[in-house]
Design a protein. Sequence first.
Length: 156
Amino acid sequence: MPSPVGHALGGVAAGWRVAPSRSRAALLWLAALGSAADLDLLVGTHRGPTHSVGAAALTFLIAWIATRNPRWAIAAAAAWGSHVLLDWLGTDTSPPVGEMALWPFTRAYYESGLHLFPAISRRYWLPEFWVYNLKALGIELVILGPIAWVMMRRRV
């Protein structure tokens, strides 16, 4: 599953074109929303409901209430939803494998067979920790960097 850097790039790529503002603040908000689903690590329920279309829909609702701007709400939901998509395309190495992508409709876990993104190790005590994670980060940058760059540079 991608790193916070990969998720930030995904959030920007997903939400930038629809966001009503092309500012540094918009960039930071979209990057933060793209990574925010992983805040569930702080409470020990990783890859649960925060990694779902339901959470993306709640993000839409909260952003719409906060801004009263449907474009911001769509951009926020797209940024959050990018996290769900990228984790689905990633490699999961701990059970239950996958994520609760279709919550609240089902509590089943889903993972693509594509395994586009390597898992990010949190085992900092292992000697290969840095090498493995830097390689995974390089793959994310090669795949997501150009997509984010094109989305940010392309004219409407």
